[in-house]
Every structure is written in C-alpha cells, then in structure tokens.
Design a binder for this molecule. Structure first.
Ligand code: FAD
Length: 309
C-alpha cells in the first residue's frame, strides 16, 4: 500500500479501542473477523485523547497484525514532548505497525489552544516528519512472524509505508477560510504525508468540491472520503457535537420520520458512497463504530464488495 493512485476503488475501516471487556469480546469474536474477511485495504484504530487508549489501541493493532489486513495506527501529539512522541512511534513500530494516521489532536477538556503547553509538536505535519525520521532510524524493518497465519508477514525491508493525515471538506472547526484548510492540507503533504482521510460529511459535493479545490491548490496525495452510516437520531446528534459538522436537515427529517432509522442511515450512506465513487473518489473509508453489519451493507449496496458467483 502506498499513497499513489490505484486503479480499482479501495475500501477501508476505522475502529476505536473497546471501552470494556464486553465490547472487546464483541470486537474480537464478531466485528474484526467480519471486517477482515471483507478484504479492506487497511483498518485504522483511533487513539484516545492525550494517549488515554495507548495500550488498548496497541492490543487491537496487534490483533490486526495477526491477519492479512494492514493495520493503521492513529497517533496524536498534543501535549507530548518531542522525546515522548518519538518513544511512542518507536513502540508502535517495534510492535510491527508501519502505517500511521498522524494527528495533532485536540487539547484536553478545559484547556484552550492559547493557555497551556500543548506539546513540542505544533501540528500534524511535524508529527508526520517525526514518524519519517524514526522510521528511517528503524529501517530496514524486521520481519514479524505470526504463528499459524500464512501471509501475515508483510514487513518486507524497504516497504513503502503509509503516513496518512486528516482533511476537513467542510472546514476544521477553527478554520476561518477554505484557503486555510487547503494550506493546512498542503503543508501536511509537504511534510511527507501520502494519504488524506476526511472528516465525515453528508453530501457528495462537500467532498467533490473540496477535492477539486485541493487539486487546484497542488495537493496530489489520495484523499479518501470518510463516511458513516448514521443509524439513529441520537447517534447523529452525538456525531454533530463531536465534529461540529453542519446538521444534515433532510437526513435528520428522514431518520425522525422512519420506523426503521437504521435502514434509512444505511441507504443514505450507500447512495453517498456510490455518488462519491462515480464522482472519482479513489475509495471509501467507513467509520464503523465497531460494528460490521451496517458498514458492510453500505459497501455491498455501493457495489464495492465482490458479488457471490
Ligand atoms: P492539524 O491540522 O495539525 O491542526 C492543529 C491545530 O491547528 C488544530 O487542532 C486546530 O486548532 C488548528 N487548525 C487545524 N486546521 C485549521 C484550519 N484549517 N484553520 C485554523 N486552524 C486550524 N482525534 C483523536 O484524538 N484521536 C483520533 O484517533 C482521531 N482520529 C481522527 C481521524 C480523522 C480521519 C479525523 C478527520 C480526525 C480525527 N481526530 C482524532 C480529530 C483531530 O485530532 C482533530 O480534528 C484536531 O482538531 C485536528 O487534528 P489535525 O491532525 O487535523 O491537526
């Protein structure tokens, strides 16, 4: 996998580290096997604010390393010293993870951008540079043996690795202009990122217009749209709170009026996914909320899963 253009559309998934033993059991016994069996390009695992999920995120990544699917580790650097961030990257590399989604991250609750030490690395771009530096120091990669899983050994020496970054089609909440969002993304690519994954959004033109502008501004890396099947009104409201995205009023009305909101959400995400692919998106990245049924139904309806003979 690299950041270059690939012909066939890809699909990939995002998971978060499970919050308790029951959630971990469900993830390990149902969600992971079903998502892995679909054959995604990679599965990414989020990283809790200020490193709060470091160990659990690594556990999920280790489970993925025992499968043929490539894991991608989200990492944030807000609040970390340079040495702490380098140590963290080494720890993940030594576990066998070679692909990263580099994020600056948000300051902890109660702390604003202006009133505290937010770490030695001021932006995701600086984390991208640090990952490259630490990876070079560790090259060539060691081969990791995964007993009983043929083909799981993917760390060939010199393999090109993916360093992804976040992109915001409808603007970062702190952004004052589209130009600022484009400059931020361009700076991340200049720092060495070779893939962008977008914040979720609800209309095809949000993404397609942003990609047009990004290309005109000189961004060349793949930009994968991040989409999520919204299965209920409370879920939608929570997501809007977390992302500061605009309320999708038509979808909200449909969800509220339906006796089966989950199927409305799946249908909406499938139509969105299909429109994105028809508009030239290189693939779809699905926010799964650690479930497999809805994301797989979306991919199936969007025509991205192989059809049974
Ligand atoms: P950068 O782009 O480096 O920005 C650093 C800071 O600069 C921002 O926090 C903001 O204050 C400011 N800024 C950024 N863009 C602009 C702009 N256009 N205009 C003005 N100011 C700006 N968070 C987690 O804690 N863990 C995760 O695992 C995680 N995964 C994510 C995955 C994806 C695909 C996305 C889109 C976001 C994810 N986030 C995650 C959220 C992310 O940490 C926040 O959105 C954060 O505010 C920005 O991180 P960044 O890497 O884009 O930072």
């Amino acid at each position: 996998m690299d950041g270059g253009h690939v012909a066939a559309p890809t699909f990939s998934f995002e998971l978060f580290p499970p919050r308790d033993a029951a959630a971990e059991a469900a993830l390990v016994s149902e969600t992971l096997p079903a998502l892995v069996a679909a054959g995604p390009e990679f599965i990414s695992v989020t990283y809790g604010a200020s490193g709060s999920t470091r160990g659990v995120s690594l556990d999920v990544l280790r489970r993925l390393l025992a499968t043929p699917v490539k894991p991608m580790a989200h990492l944030t650097c807000v609040g970390s010293s340079y040495a702490e961030a380098a140590r963290l990257i080494r720890e993940f590399l030594d576990a066998g993870v070679t692909s990263f989604l580099a994020l600056r991250g948000d300051p902890p609750a109660g702390i604003t951008e202006d009133d505290a030490f937010l770490g030695d690395l001021g932006s995701a771009g600086e984390l991208v540079q640090l990952i490259h530096r630490v990876q070079k120091e560790r090259m060539p990669f060691r081969q990791i043996d995964v007993p009983g899983v043929p083909g799981a050994k993917r760390l060939a020496s010199g393999e090109k690795v993916t360093i992804a970054v976040a992109a915001f089609p409808n603007g970062h909440p702190r952004s004052r202009s589209r130009a600022q969002d484009l400059d931020t993304l361009l700076a991340k690519e200049a720092a060495g990122a070779n893939l962008a994954i977008t914040q979720l959004f609800f209309e095809p033109d949000d993404y397609l217009g942003f990609v047009d502008d990004a290309r005109a501004a000189g961004v060349t890396m793949r930009i994968l749209p991040g989409i999520m099947p919204v299965l209920s009104v409370p879920r939608l409201r929570r997501i809007l709170e977390l992302t500061s995205e605009r309320e999708p009023s038509a979808l909200l009305r449909e969800l509220e009026a339906s006796g089966d909101p989950a199927s409305v959400g799946i249908d909406h995400a499938a139509r969105l996914g299909r429109a994105l692919l028809d508009g030239g998106a290189p693939g779809l990245h699905l926010y799964t909320f650690n479930r497999h049924e809805a994301p797989l139904a979306v991919l199936d309806r969007a025509g991205l899963l192989p059809q049974p003979a």
